[in-house]
Design a protein around this ligand. Structure first.
Ligand SMILES: Cc1ncc(COP(=O)(O)O)c(C=O)c1O
Length: 390
């Protein structure tokens, strides 16, 4: 089938899947692949999980949509579960990550407005990625996503990710206008970039001292991916605002913006909304995903298998001259290369039946489902190392 009727935003591989089960996908010729991308950190409990299939089928036969003019029981239940797991207090449901971040940015604006700041600023990070809407593009970095979309809303100050001294400097220059800091605990799209341990804790202290909101984009890191329910839990802090999407719906579109304290009370009826956000289907799916993760201890599995995978990759690729660094947390792992390897993704799929992702040209990104086991870890290690030497 040709793709000529589609806008040219993507460059898909000539590979298409008909079905999936657990960690595996099958293409149109019946060939099996081990999925180490999980739809870019989405299918955390694996493909076609029987409990999810049952929940979706049953809900489709009961009720898909009523609008937020009426209360939605599954929405309440999912909000309760998410607040219990995270320590935040209230939730607004969206349909995607970018929308969840838009919600957070609106909260930052309102927060600043209530404090009497005429033009509130949000501190964001160099190389950040927060989405493709005009607001979230403005908060993101890099010409690849911003080129041609100039005159984006300019209410952001950028500082280098992980650099606490840079934050001291901007306090001097802009301190009174700053309402919030928005940051990914680990930068995913820019190549699994990690800050030093203690960075989030230092941001928490700074935000508390200055009465700024600490807003964490956990769209990629959240829902167990890094070996904790949320990446901030590695540092024993709680943000004021957190955004989620991706793994929360395991493929069914859903996003969420959580808040606590003042930030949880800023919206009033009419100040924000969404036709589809929080619909019964997406919220029931979200509840089922969280139950599966809890019951199968997939957060623990992500932590254990992630440590194992990093260790095995470091051992196996130790002598590979093209490997610059291997880093990550839980099952969010990057292998940074000195030189890009042509057709690496295609080769891994074609020759080894392994689906991987490469971001920013030179970093292999591994984001397998949280259900992955030791045997499959070996398959990833073998597939990646062989793809790199061919
Ligand atoms: C950290 C982060 N924030 C936001 C987004 C945007 O999410 P969505 O594509 O669902 O709008 C992504 C997507 O890759 C992401 O990784």
């Amino acid at each position: 089938m040709t793709a000529t009727c589609l806008m040219t935003t993507y460059q898909p591989l000539a590979l298409s899947f008909t079905h999936g089960l657990g960690t595996r996908l099958w293409d149109q010729d019946g060939r099996e692949y081990l999925d180490a991308v999980a739809g870019v950190a989405v299918t955390n409990v694996g493909h076609s999980h029987p409990r999810l299939v049952a929940a979706i089928s049953e809900q489709a036969g009961l009720l898909l949509h009523t609008s937020n003019l009426y209360s939605i029981d599954w929405q309440q239940r999912l909000a309760q579960k998410l607040t219990q797991l995270s320590g935040l207090e209230r939730v607004f449901f969206n349909n995607s990550g970018a929308e969840a971040n838009e919600t957070a940015l609106k909260l930052a604006r309102l927060y600043g407005w209530h404090k009497g700041i005429e033009q509130p600023l949000v501190v964001v990070m160099e190389n950040a990625f927060h989405g493709r809407t005009l607001g979230t593009l403005s908060a993101s970095d890099g010409p690849a996503v911003r080129l041609g979309f100039n005159r984006l809303p300019g209410d952001f100050i950028k500082v280098p990710f992980g650099d606490l001294a840079a934050l001291e400097d901007i306090q001097q220059a802009h301190g009174e206008r700053i309402a919030a800091i928005l940051v990914e605990p680990i930068q995913g799209e820019s190549g699994v970039q990690m800050a030093s341990p203690g960075y989030l804790k230092a941001l928490r202290q700074l935000c508390s001292r200055r009465a700024w909101l600490l807003m964490l984009d956990e769209i990629q890191t959240g829902i167990g991916r890094t070996g904790q329910w949320f990446a901030f839990q590695h540092e024993g802090i709680v943000p004021d605002v957190m955004t989620l999407a991706k793994g929360l719906g395991n493929g069914v579109p859903i996003g969420a913006c959580l808040a606590r304290g003042k930030a949880a009370e800023l919206f009033t009826p009419g100040s924000h909304g969404s036709t589809f956000g929080g619909n019964p289907l997406a919220c029931r799916v979200g509840c089922t995903v969280l139950d599966i993760i809890q019951e199968q201890d997939l957060v623990g599995n992500a932590r254990r298998q992630g440590e194992h995978l990093i260790g095995r990759l470091r051992a196996e690729l130790a002598d590979n001259p093209n490997v610059l660094a291997i880093r990550g947390q839980g099952l969010m792992i990057g292998i940074e290369l000195k030189q890009p390897v042509r057709d690496l993704v295609l080769r891994a799929a074609r020759d080894h039946g392994l689906l991987i992702n490469v971001t920013r040209g030179k970093t292999i990104r591994l984001l397998p489902p949280l259900t992955i086991d030791g045997r499959e870890i070996e398959m990833i290690v073998r597939g990646v190392s062989r793809s790199l030497v061919q």
